[in-house]
Ligand binder design. Structure first.
Ligand code: GGG
Length: 357
């Protein structure tokens, strides 16, 4: 039976990189004989919101819950819909209702791409950010008082649960155990944020007792961001709260030359619900419609999706094809963010051809 994939391209460059993600997946499906069936949904975009008054239809959960995976583009177009409405109305609903509590974001310096950090070569930067994905600073708990007056007060709580922290830490420790360096770094800020972050640290220390072979360190988020730039080679698996993980997983890929190549997997490890695969980048309205967005983040996310569905070899072949095209350095194929003169389509086609070869 075919694996059913729900496709939601969303906004901006999401609609441009998505066809290349599908092209690459179809090439892998053909080569490795994987039955994939794509179903496209128009909801989850700001244009849908303008027409219907919400980002998603009332029955979105029922419509999507039976799929094997969601392949997602990007959300947001602030000139049309305020960002917090579009994000909370779509992507964050998927993450929460489908309990995709792991956001896994590889960060790797690829061949042929120049890091903005002097002297860094492929192999120097190769780590994962594991982001807690359903609670933390991304809470909807809070409110406003005395709105519109000089006494205006706004309040938003951070929510951290023992279950929520432990399950993301367990995933991160398990991942570190599969890595040659067996190293885990925890992102924290327990000097300034004096309740939730020390609690996070306590849970890390407790969990570390069950993983004696893992070398554990922790950094406050401020110096950690500096160390991402100064010493990216220090890191192997980095685990952080929803907000810290979000920041680090933009910064990490920026250190590898472009955020355009960074993939992510929003995972429900128990498989009770579909997991969601999306590039780390957003909808980038400033370059939307120009055909110049880098499709690699979308394609690599597709590779993560195939691996999640059990097709390790096919996923690896997709990443190998990305590396091969980057190594070739054909400027007619590559997009501008990585030094080429090509388009979203030219890069997508070059990678799909390699996958099929
Ligand atoms: N493809 C990722 C995307 O659309 N990101 C938009 C965004 O603002 N995401 C925030 C988040 O991941 O929490």
């Amino acid at each position: 039976m075919a694996h059913r994939i729900a496709v939601i391209a969303g906004d901006g460059i999401g609609t441009e990189v998505m066809p290349e993600g599908i092209r690459a997946l179809e090439a892998a499906a053909k080569r490795f004989n994987i039955p994939l069936e794509f179903t496209t949904f128009e909801f989850g975009s700001c244009d849908y919101y303008l027409e219907h008054g919400s980002m998603l239809p009332d029955d979105w959960f029922e419509q999507l819950k039976g799929f094997d995976a969601l392949f997602y583009g990007a959300v947001g177009w602030p000139d049309k819909v305020p960002d917090h409405i579009s994000l909370w109305g779509s992507l964050l609903q998927f993450r929460r209702r489908f309990d995709q509590y792991i956001n896994l974001r590889p960060c790797k310096l690829m061949p042929g791409i120049k890091s903005p950090l002097a002297g860094r070569e492929p192999g120097d930067i190769d780590f994962y950010v594991v982001r807690e994905n359903t609670e933390g600073e991304y809470s909807s708990i809070g409110g406003k008082m005395f709105e519109g007056t000089e006494r205006e007060i706004v309040l938003q709580e951070t929510v951290m649960s023992r279950t929520g922290i432990d399950r993301v830490l367990k995933y991160a420790f398990d991942l570190a155990q599969t890595r040659p360096r067996k190293k885990l770094t925890s992102a924290t800020k327990s000097n300034g944020i004096s309740i939730t972050m020390p609690y996070w640290d306590e849970r890390v220390a407790e969990m570390a007792n069950s993983y004696p072979e893992i070398a554990v360190d922790k950094f406050h988020i401020d110096i950690l961001t500096a160390n991402f730039v100064l010493h990216p080679d220090w890191f192997d698996v980095v685990v952080g709260s929803n907000l810290f993980g979000d920041i680090l997983s933009d910064l990490g890929p920026a250190c590898t030359g472009t955020i355009g190549i960074a993939p992510s997997a929003n995972i429900n490890p128990e498989g009770n619900f579909p997991s969601l695969f999306e590039p780390v980048h957003g909808s980038a309205p400033d370059i939307a419609g120009k055909g110049i967005a880098n499709p690699i983040g979308q394609i690599w996310s597709g590779a993560m999706m195939l691996e999640h569905l059990g097709y390790q070899e096919a996923g690896e072949a997709m990443v190998t094809a990305i590396e091969a095209v980057l190594s070739d350095g054909n400027s007619q194929a590559l997009t501008r963010d990585i030094g080429g003169q090509g388009s979203t389509e030219s890069l997508g086609k070059a990678i799909a051809e390699r996958i099929g070869a």
